[in-house]
Ligand binder design. Structure first.
Ligand SMILES: [Zn+2]
Length: 406
């Protein structure tokens, strides 16, 4: 994999085999077979021409122009991960937690994770929070160019009910303190509010989920308060009760969403709430080298199957599906796990074209980015892969180039 940072002061002409970039199908289909030339100018896609078309003329032809011949590679928009935790490494929870007090070691961990993310073709991530607000600090280090990494949409720390699940993700905030907590997060410049609506899924007892945290009134106040600050809400919710509660209260995205019902999916389609089903953090337990004490693999496999069936149902009902790995969770490594999540979507019965749409344009929109399409005017964020990912989604593993606007 070669990372090419696209600088605003240079022109680029990239010759390629195929563009799988118009996933909305406005040009009649998901692929645009080549050979094609992509012209990049001022960090944006300026034009796409075929060999027979008139070549594009740069507005500033005197600037240095870099030619790149990618032969028969396929160009796609970059991948985006709607749910990660940069403060955790996905290898060992206790060790990663101890690093929170060891800035040097933490820096090595997170720099490595950021690089692993980029080299897997993921150019944007949305962080689901950590109690000290570590991901928020790293957002600045990447934005300033000090570290190579994806665009980070940070939540700071999550809102949770005192004494309920998630002490490592956020501080306990009682109902009467919600307004001041929202104000504090906004002053820290978070990109969205993360709220814990339920506990986690049991690996021992099928369909058991930790209890609901905030009431409908409290959640509605969080959503309204966030909206007044110009922020969306990502809701950690599993169990049909918790997901329905979050959706009715008006959150923007449902994270995890295990054991939700068809009726709740219909409501999500109607209210245009995106779903980030995070299958890999549960599926990874089946192959984990460090299984949790008393975990029941039969229960885990059944939980994964249920989630895959509901992903298929969500597609049928027109729910917007994003892709999120929960990287940092036990057994879920940054970057590496994304391909596993996509393979699980394939197992759920989605076509490669549908999966690419979830991973690129849908996920980019969840993050508020307009680079989910290879189209003139969009930022020059792209990946190039060998093999045809529309024929076999596993070809998305063959990342040869990553183009990152800087
Ligand atoms: Zn999470």
């Amino acid at each position: 994999m070669q990372l090419i940072k696209i600088d605003k002061t240079q022109n680029y002409i990239i010759n390629t085999g195929t563009i799988a970039g118009d996933m909305e199908g406005t040009s009649g289909g998901p692929t645009n077979p080549g050979p094609l030339s992509i012209y990049l100018e001022e960090g944006r896609i300026a034009a796409i021409t075929g060999t027979k078309d008139d070549p594009y003329r740069f507005k500033q032809p005197n600037r240095q122009t870099t030619f790149l011949d990618l032969g028969s590679l396929t160009i796609l928009p970059p991948l985006a991960d709607c749910h990660v935790h940069l403060a955790l490494d996905g290898l060992d929870f206790a060790t990663a937690r101890r690093r929170w007090e060891q800035p040097g070691e933490l820096h090595t961990q997170i720099s490595t994770q950021l690089w692993d993310t980029v080299r897997h073709g993921i150019l944007a991530v949305r962080d689901g929070g950590d109690r000290p607000g570590i991901a928020l600090r790293y957002r600045e280090l990447v934005a300033s160019g000090e570290l190579t990494g994806p665009v980070i949409r940070a939540s700071g720390w999550a809102l949770r009910k005192p004494r309920k699940y998630g002490s490592f993700l956020g501080r306990g905030v009682p109902a009467e303190m919600l307004d001041s907590a929202l104000g504090q997060l906004a002053r820290h410049g978070v990109d969205q509010i993360k709220v814990l609506v339920s506990g986690v899924v049991s690996f021992k007892e099928y369909s058991r989920v930790g209890p609901v945290q905030y009431t409908y009134e409290e959640l509605s106040a969080i959503v309204q308060g966030a909206r007044n600050l110009g922020l969306g809400v990502m809701a950690h919710a599993s169990s049909d009760e918790a997901v329905a509660l979050a959706v009715k209260a008006g959150v923007n995205t449902v994270e995890h969403g295990y054991f939700l019902s068809r009726d709740t999916l219909k409501l999500m389609a109607e209210k245009q709430v995106a779903w980030i089903p995070t299958v890999v953090p549960v599926a990874a337990q089946l192959t984990s080298l460090h299984p949790a004490p008393n975990q029941d693999n039969y229960v885990i496999a059944k939980t994964v199957d249920r989630q895959l069936a509901m992903i298929n149902e969500a597609r049928n009902l027109g729910v917007t599906l994003g892709v999120g790995t929960d990287s940092g969770a036990s057994g879920v490594r940054h970057g590496y796990s994304y391909r596993q999540e996509l393979a699980l979507y394939r197992q759920a019965g989605l076509t490669p074209e549908e999966i690419i749409r979830c991973a690129t344009i849908n996920s980019a929109r969840v993050l508020g980015l307009n680079w989910g399409r290879i189209a003139p005017g969009n930022p020059a964020a792209m990946i190039a892969v060998s093999g045809d990912p529309l024929g076999d989604i596993n070809n998305l593993r063959n990342i040869e180039y990553v183009f990152q606007p800087v």
